[in-house]
Design a protein around this ligand. Structure first.
Ligand code: 1HE
Length: 258
């Protein structure tokens, strides 16, 4: 896959994926959404974690509105399903994905960020869902994923009133797990990705694929899924070696938090 709208760089076991439409504030047109899907679908097996970041002053301005005028209802349905497929590859792909956020994280940009597993925002970040005021609706999975981060009431308020969250309020609301100084989101995201890349791949897979499903299950089924996943993970030779390393005092202890 080659698209000028996306850049892929491999830094050891970490893939760095850059949205590259800075002149359009990384607004996502059809070409870019397909390039995102292709990139995540075809990550090579040596990649253990990915970071996604926007070039220029903003992470992403959402859907490229210049393409919207051309679509009828049927095309709109398929367009939304195309986004769903692409962002599924982000969320349900082979590796954990960390979003490094700055500037605008709005509309479809917020939908993309919410498909990632960890979000790191710098102080310049702001979050909005301007769909409400543009006479449209979310179409990239936002109605499913965003309430799981911040709750339905907050999303409803954002879309009804045009409320914009700044970086600090956004972190408190649940958009981002990390808030860092201006210009440092990528460095922090890379450090987290390198840490994540050292986990046993099966554990990362279980976290990405089992945890969200368990959250959707009734408790009794969730406990059963958990037990199955625990059994599979702990039976891997890598898990046995990691536990042995701790017992033989070759592995790090958990350190007290600062
Ligand atoms: C765009 C887009 C875009 C910028 N589609 N062209 N998203 C929105 O409603 C957000 C619309 N964008 C903005 O509110 C602002 O552009 C920003 C706050 C993101 C950035 O402001 P700023 O001052 O840095 O940039 P700018 O001057 O507004 O934009 C630079 C250029 O990018 C300009 O084009 P130019 O030809 O005049 O240079 C803008 O028109 C263009 N641009 N954002 C098209 N989004 C799966 S469904 C998802 C539904 C949605 O995402 S709806 C929300 C869409």
């Amino acid at each position: 896959m080659t698209s000028p709208d996306i850049q892929l760089e491999l830094r050891g076991a970490v893939a760095v994926i850059r949205l590259n439409r800075a002149a359009k504030r990384n607004a996502i047109n059809d070409g870019l959404v397909l390039a995102i899907r292709d990139t995540f679908e075809h990550l090579t097996s040596d990649v253990r974690a990915a970071v996604i970041v926007g070039n220029g002053d903003h992470f992403c301005a959402g859907l490229d509105l210049s393409e919207l005028q051309e679509r009828d209802a049927g095309q709109g349905l398929h367009h939304s399903r195309m986004w769903h497929k692409a962002l599924d590859f982000v969320q349900q792909g082979p590796v954990p994905v960390i979003a490094a956020l700055h500037g605008a994280v709005v509309g479809g940009g917020l939908e993309l960020a919410s498909a990632c597993h960890v979000r790191v925002a710098d102080d310049t970040t702001f979050y909005a869902l301007p769909e409400g005021s543009r006479g449209i609706f979310v179409g990239g999975g936002g109605s499913v994923r965003i309430p799981r981060l911040i709750g339905t009431a907050r999303m409803l308020d954002m879309m009804l009133t045009g409320r914009v969250y700044n970086a600090a309020d956004g972190e408190r609301a649940g958009f981002a797990q990390y808030l860092v100084p201006t210009g440092t989101a990528l460095d922090k995201a890379l450090a987290l990705a390198e840490r994540i890349a050292q986990n046993a791949p099966l554990t990362n897979y279980a976290l990405m694929h089992a945890l969200p499903r368990i959250a959707e299950q009734p408790a009794d089924q969730g406990f059963f899924t958990e037990a199955l996943m625990a059994a599979i993970a702990q039976s891997a030779p890598e898990a046995k070696e990691r536990v042995r390393a701790f017992l033989e005092k070759r592995a790090d202890k958990v350190q007290r938090a600062d």
